[in-house]
Write a protein that binds this ligand. Structure first.
Ligand SMILES: C[S@@+](CC[C@H](N)C(=O)[O-])C[C@H]1O[C@@H](n2cnc3c(N)ncnc32)[C@H](O)[C@@H]1O
Length: 289
């Protein structure tokens, strides 16, 4: 299962390595990605593409009759180049577009709704927790002050506000990068869905099946790292307990990436967008009966 089809780059690689006994089920919450998948399906009948959130991976596996039988599950988190490069989707601060940022355009909440309606305290939390933005408080205060006169509609208006607070643009990284990331995470509930997904994915896998997750910022990577760490523990007794009483044989996964995998120089030269990616993988263990 490729749970984040996107532009289909990974799906093509997987399909190329699979014979006709294999089947790839691809999901994406973005209907445009699903259309691309349906194009690819014309060349690969053993590809199935579904417009689903990966939090529904258990339902999908049940519907497709593969629950507990899946050999590999991949999630390549974040936004695709197709989403980033289309100004109409509102993910980019370099070209003007509506402040949308929904990966699934059939949902209601847009980035403009967040900026125009959320209380100041909630905006501070979003910019601080999801963007690790050092000026979270000032930016939230300014958003609330300006939205009364001019509600936010477009990406560049919000990017300019942040530039004003930073006193212009300096260096290679645009000052709006962290707040755009924060808004996107809030609109798409990215951290909540990731936690839900990991638990479900583990259930769907066959024994010895592998779960591979590629994340693009430390907030996501921390969730994946802690999940793998917890699930690979043999002892699940509370830390306050002096002696183990749980049997000490409770590990559900074996972590395959003792150190997180970062892109090599070779990859960076060919694919600069992989700069901040981090890959972690684990294999499902047989649960002793
Ligand atoms: C980084 S791109 C994937 C790129 C893909 N691996 C490729 O090779 O082209 C991430 C994709 O995951 C999708 N996505 C993000 N969160 C999702 C979720 N919760 N459920 C399903 N798809 C999601 C996005 O819509 C986007 O198309």
């Amino acid at each position: 299962m490729d749970c984040t089809f996107g532009g289909g780059g990974h799906a093509k690689e997987i399909l190329g390595k699979m014979d006709n006994r294999g089947c790839l089920i691809a999901l994406d919450r973005d209907v445009e990605a699903v259309s691309r998948g349906l194009e690819l399906k014309k060349e690969h009948p053993n590809l199935k593409v579904l417009h689903r959130n990966f939090t529904e991976v258990k339902d999908v596996a049940n519907e497709e009759g593969v629950f507990g039988k899946v050999n590999g599950i991949l999630a390549d988190l974040g936004t695709s180049m197709f989403q980033l490069k289309n100004p109409e989707r509102g993910f980019s601060f370099s070209t003007d577009g509506p402040l949308d940022m929904r990966m699934d355009t059939s949902t209601d909440l847009t980035a403009a709704d967040v900026l125009n309606t959320y209380p100041e305290e909630e905006l501070i939390r979003i910019f601080r927790d999801y963007g690790e933005e050092r000026h979270a408080r000032r930016i939230a205060r300014e958003v609330v002050a300006r939205r009364k006169r001019n509600p936010y509609r477009n990406t560049l208006a919000f990017a300019r506000l942040i530039e004003d607070i930073y006193g212009g643009r300096r260096g290679r990284i645009h000052p709006a990068t962290l707040c755009f990331q924060a808004l996107r995470i809030a609109v798409n509930e990215e951290l909540e869905v990731l936690s839900r997904f990991l638990d479900c994915a583990l259930e769907v896998l066959a024994v010895n099946g592998r779960l591979v997750v590629i994340s693009f910022h430390s907030l996501e990577d921390r969730i994946v790292k802690n999940f793998f760490r917890n699930k690979s523990r043999n002892c699940i007794c509370p830390p306050s307990q002096a002696r183990c009483t749980c049997g000490g044989d409770n590990a559900q996964v074996r972590v395959l990436t003792r150190k997180v995998v970062r892109p090599s120089q070779w990859e960076l030269d060919r694919n600069p967008a992989s700069r901040s990616s981090r890959l972690r993988a684990a294999e499902k263990l047989e649960i002793p009966s």
